[in-house]
Design a protein around this ligand. Structure first.
Ligand code: ZN
Length: 310
């Protein structure tokens, strides 16, 4: 959803390092034999993502893992080792696996350095905590340690996305390395309702974030909407937005030493400036706080927010 720099290393760097850790000679040989297939799937991935057709990426039978009579995959099968490469070495924070694990850490670090958003590639809100498989490794085992499919995200988005995979009915999510929509203002927020907090004798305001209707967009808007919905981004950012509004901003609007004495025109101007300042600080035009300030800068009467329940 938010553009991140593509790692400067490839599957040709990560795969040999990972399989080198395998002790069992026959499994290791199997992984060596599969190397060219792994690389060729990576080429296909790149071709398809550039055409926005990643859902057409096939899973060659050579990578399939047979199932037992109960329909469960046979965990001892050699093809199960593709995901084990990720679990045992690539994501393992242990000194003896440092040659593989450094790639994992570089993906997380690159998500912070040299890019507009220093935060999760999906929500642009939480800090980067994990590496997410853009296409799930449970289905696309051959992508388990491929950097083009490994993106820096927060735990919440990683959990919400789970094993999402595109098909004929479900579009490919917005890819943080290959889709750039940072310059398009697609995020908007509206005031949802206010409810009375009886014990505190005040109103609690709630909001709803959504993907705007866009006239022009470099990718299909369905992909943005699907990413927003699948990862429950409204829940994610709304929690922080409502907390900020109800515990901070609403008090500033009343406090004469803060914003309380400003006219409606000056308040609208104040929020417009706040929004522009955040953008200049690198939050991006699609950060929840920018959208919130933007919404407020369009209000003509702020007295609604200064009311108390009678
Ligand atoms: Zn996130």
């Amino acid at each position: 959803m938010f553009k991140k720099p593509l790692p400067d290393f490839t599957i040709q760097d990560t795969y040999p390092v990972c399989i080198n850790y395998i002790d069992d000679a026959s499994i290791k040989q199997h992984m060596v034999d599969m190397q060219d297939h792994i690389y060729s799937q990576s080429e296909k991935y790149l071709e398809l993502i550039h055409q926005s057709k990643l859902e057409e990426l096939d899973i060659p039978t050579i990578f399939k893992i047979p199932r037992d009579e109960n329909g469960k995959i046979i965990k001892t099968h050699k093809n199960n080792w593709f995901v084990k490469l990720y679990k045992y070495y690539f994501s393992k924070n242990e000194q003896r696996y440092v040659d593989a694990n450094q790639f994992y850490n570089r993906i997380k670090l690159d998500g912070v350095a040299n890019c507009n958003s220093k935060r999760c590639c999906y929500c642009n809100n939480h800090k980067i905590e994990v590496v997410d498989h853009f296409l799930p490794e449970s289905k696309y085992n051959f992508l388990a340690v491929n950097p083009i499919n490994l993106v820096p995200s927060c735990e919440e988005c990683n959990d919400n996305k789970h094993a999402y995979s595109p098909d004929d009915l479900n579009p490919v999510l917005v890819h943080p390395y290959f889709d750039n929509i940072d310059h398009i203002n697609w995020l908007e927020v509206r005031l949802n309702e206010r409810v009375e907090d009886i014990s505190e004798k005040k109103y609690i305001y709630s909001f709803e974030y959504f993907v705007k209707d866009l006239d022009e967009c470099p990718i299909s808007i369905e992909r943005i909407i699907k990413t927003f919905e699948e990862l429950k981004i409204n829940n994610n950012i709304n929690f922080d937005a409502q907390n900020f509004f109800n515990t901070e901003l609403i008090y500033d609007l009343i406090d004469p030493e803060e914003l309380g004495d400003l006219s409606n025109e000056d308040l609208a101007l104040h929020f417009s400036k706040k929004s522009k300042r955040l953008i200049s600080q690198g939050y991006g035009i699609n950060h929840w706080k920018v959208a919130l300030y933007e919404m407020l800068s369009n209000y003509s009467d702020f007295n609604y927010f200064k009311e108390n329940p009678s």
